[in-house]
Design a binder for this molecule. Structure first.
Ligand code: UT7
Length: 328
């Protein structure tokens, strides 16, 4: 079985910044409330005509350039997203087209905010079995298109973005040390987009009124599960890797709320300086969150060759997971 070697990362972020002050003009909220309850100060919002595949392709080109690879050297493109450009073709096929590659494996992974960590496990399988040698994994979401801009309980939380990671097969030890994943579909109703799928199709206008294609969330419930499950996933992935929190150079938790990040870091018992936080700048970018954070941490020199990093994610489904990796 082949192991995984990490080559390079990249980010694709929209230019438009939406600040808390901007949000105060849209809904009854305040910078003070948003900062105190979430830690978010601003987020990026996709521009007109900019969709998930556009942000994805931008992140991919940067990662390819840093890896010193041409797109035609990829064997597979996997996009983790819950906001695809279309129900089909997959966003991965659109990215393939944008990169100008004629033939690769290409498909999407749907696990909402946990999608990138789920994607790591999927790509690990592709590489281990020899189905693909060099793989582009993207985490990307454009949740602003599925936001109810009259609901102050959700519209302040999310941002758009994409992050890319290129991996290749190695005969040496794998740099993906472990992945721990889980889900609880029984609690799926506390965070969902009710309309727009096959149950309540938008093609029927009366359905769109009763079941709008926008995020509906029971915030307090989601918060409780996010803390519990992220702690569980973190400890489980560390145990599978045969490591302890003390071995980590950096913990990169899902960036949904600063209070969730702080609670997880405290329980996993990692000092503040080894916990990555960028929620103030980007809000919750769903599947893009952990990979954009890793890309930023690498650019800032907070992760270097040989360092151990853990990514932890939690999202709709409910889904959650964590991965321990050694940066190549
Ligand atoms: O990727 C995973 C998905 N998401 C998450 O992990 C998010 C998890 N949940 C959360 O982060 C928090 O629950 C929220 C930030 C969404 C909400 O914070 P909270 O402390 O749980 O507030 P709450 O929903 O209990 O609301 C408290 C009060 C309410 O007013 P009343 O009923 O006490 O008068 C809300 O109406 O705060 C009010 N409120 C706001 N006030 C100003 C809710 N949203 C806002 C707002 N601005 N944006």
């Amino acid at each position: 079985m082949k192991g995984v070697r990490f080559l390079a990362t990249g980010s694709g972020l929209p230019a438009k910044v939406l600040t808390n002050a901007d949000l105060c003009k849209i809904v009854d909220t305040s910078d003070e409330w948003i900062t105190e309850r979430t830690g978010i100060k601003e987020r990026r919002i996709a521009g007109p005509g900019e969709a998930t595949s556009d942000l994805s392709a931008r992140a991919a080109r940067i990662a390819l350039d840093r890896a010193g690879l041409r797109a035609d050297q990829l064997d597979a493109i996997v996009v983790a997203t819950c906001t695809p450009d279309h129900l089909f073709p997959s966003t991965a096929c659109l990215v393939q087209k944008a990169l100008g590659v004629p033939h690769t494996i290409a498909f999407d992974v749907s696990a909402a905010c946990s999608g990138f960590v789920y994607g790591l496990a999927v790509v690990n399988g592709l590489i281990a079995t020899g189905a693909a040698k060099t793989v582009l994994l993207i985490g990307a979401d454009t949740l602003s298109r599925f936001t109810d801009w009259t609901d102050r309980g959700t519209c302040v939380l999310f941002g758009d973005g994409a992050g890319a990671l290129i991996m290749t097969a190695t005969d040496g030890p794998s740099d993906l040390l472990s992945v721990a994943l889980s889900a609880d579909g029984g609690k799926g109703d506390i965070l969902k987009i009710p309309g727009g799928g096959s149950r309540h199709p938008l093609a029927k206008p009366e359905e769109a009124v009763s079941f709008p294609p926008v995020i509906k969330m029971e915030g307090k419930e989601v918060f409780k599960h996010a803390v519990t499950r992220m702690i569980e996933a973190s400890l489980s992935a560390l145990e599978r890797a045969g490591r302890t929190p003390g071995d980590l150079t950096l913990l990169i938790p899902h960036q949904a709320n600063l209070r969730i990040i702080d609670a997880v870091a405290k329980r996993v018992n990692i000092p503040d300086e080894r916990v990555f936080r960028n929620v103030s700048k980007f809000g919750n970018m769903s599947a893009a969150t952990t990979i954009v954070a890793l890309d930023q941490a690498l650019s800032e020199g907070r992760v270097k060759s040989g360092d151990l990093v853990e990514l932890i994610a939690f999202g709709a489904g409910l889904t959650w997971g964590a991965a321990v990796l050694r940066w190549s």
